[in-house]
Write a protein that binds this ligand. Structure first.
Ligand code: 13P
Ligand code: SF4
Length: 361
């Protein structure tokens, strides 16, 4: 639906009044009405780098979810302030791993005698606390566009004890990205992976299972990408002959295994750009992005959503034009609303883990 012209006008005026003092970042899953005012758009990796590369901006307005704004605060300098236009824009996946649960998991690994040979690798989609845990234990952050490099690092150069044969990775919080990367990109077998359930004593695993595993996957998932199923893939292949199925690695392993191509949101965008005219694509990721891509490539390339049901990320969608206008106009009036500020101690270790990611080859 078209945006309220009055709000569009107010957003324009506020951005103009702020000039270079504000930098607006927009994740690819944001609404069209918000993307229109983003100075830069990207996946979570690109946005983390872009936020760090804007030292002159006093205010970073992050149109995305809470963990992204936290990461931006960690990577920007002390004088810069990060604003999240709606504080309720969280992420259900990030909420699936709390600091207490992860500390308990580390105790379980210690009891089983495997903590010494385990390196934590945390998906960007996690709280600053989890990133700090990761940094403290010699691990790295990763995103969906560099998960392979992060795992290669964790099993190689970054391995606890210098790359021992029994080295392990504790991957959190997205079990699917962890499994998909280990199996598809590192050639492991699904049996090399075990799932640690934070709601069961000992994670629901025996000490022997932990010793035998190479990948210890946290039992977390994305509620948006988790909805695509093998049936969605079969169904679309039946409906559209010659369709190419392109999915995000947060999808379940069986969906990824049945797809033609797999990649982060930036990868998906580039794959469609490079696709030949006349090609047909079913895309398994968030709907705001898929609809924009369908419009951008019509009529030459056919782009459809992988599933028959709609599936927005409800927390990404919380950032709408009214919230953005409110945040920008408050800044014009000299008031910083909804500031996201990570405490110094957490920041120190979370930054270590984020910088390890940024230094990956
Ligand atoms: P990327 O931006 O890394 O593709 O991740 C997708 C996502 O779910 C962000 O919340
Ligand atoms: Fe979290 Fe999934 Fe939404 Fe991304 S798409 S913010 S992982 S719930």
């Amino acid at each position: 639906s078209p945006s309220d012209p009055d709000l569009v006008q107010r957003a324009r005026a506020a951005k103009e009044a702020l000039g270079d003092r504000v930098f607006v970042l927009g994740h690819h899953y944001q609404r069209d009405e918000v993307i229109e005012f983003a100075d830069v758009t990207g996946d979570s990796f690109k946005l983390a780098r872009d936020a760090a590369a804007r030292p002159e901006a006093e205010y970073i307005v992050f149109c995305g979810v809470h963990f992204m704004a936290e990461s931006a605060d960690i990577l920007t300098s002390a004088g810069q302030q990060v604003v999240l236009p709606d504080l309720a824009a969280g992420c259900s996946m990030a909420d699936m791993a709390t600091a207490e649960q992860v500390a308990e998991c580390w105790d379980v690994l210690t009891e089983a005698g495997v903590a010494d040979v385990t390196v934590p690798v945390s998906y960007m989609n996690s709280s600053a606390d989890i990133k700090a845990f990761t940094g403290r234990h010699g691990g790295t952050v990763c995103t969906s566009s560099n998960a392979r490099k992060a795992l290669e690092w964790a099993f190689g150069e970054g391995a606890a004890g210098g790359g021992t044969a029994d080295g392990k990775v504790l991957f959190l919080p997205d079990q699917h990205l962890g499994r998909n990367t280990a199996v598809r990109e590192l050639g492991m077998s699904p049996e090399d992976c075990v799932v640690y359930n934070p709601h069961k004593p000992g994670g629901g695993l025996t000490a022997q299972q932990l010793r035998d595993a190479r990948m210890i996957l946290w039992r977390g998932h994305c509620s948006v990408h988790g909805r695509f199923s093998l049936d969605s893939v079969r169904d679309v292949r039946e409906r559209i002959p010659d369709v190419n199925v392109l999915v995000h690695p947060e999808c379940k392993h069986e969906v990824v295994a049945a797809a033609d191509q797999v990649g982060s949101t930036e990868y998906i965008i580039k794959a469609l750009e490079a696709a030949p005219e006349g090609s047909k694509w079913a895309v398994g990721t968030e709907l705001n992005l898929v609809r924009r891509l369908a419009r951008r490539h019509a009529p030459g390339k056919e782009v459809v959503f992988l599933d028959r049901t709609v599936c927005f990320c409800s927390t990404m969608n919380r950032i709408d034009l009214p919230h953005l206008v409110w945040a920008l106009e408050s800044l014009v009036a000299g008031e910083v609303v909804n500031r996201i500020e990570v405490d110094a101690e957490t920041e120190k270790f979370a930054k270590l883990a984020l910088e390890r990611m940024l230094a990956l080859p």
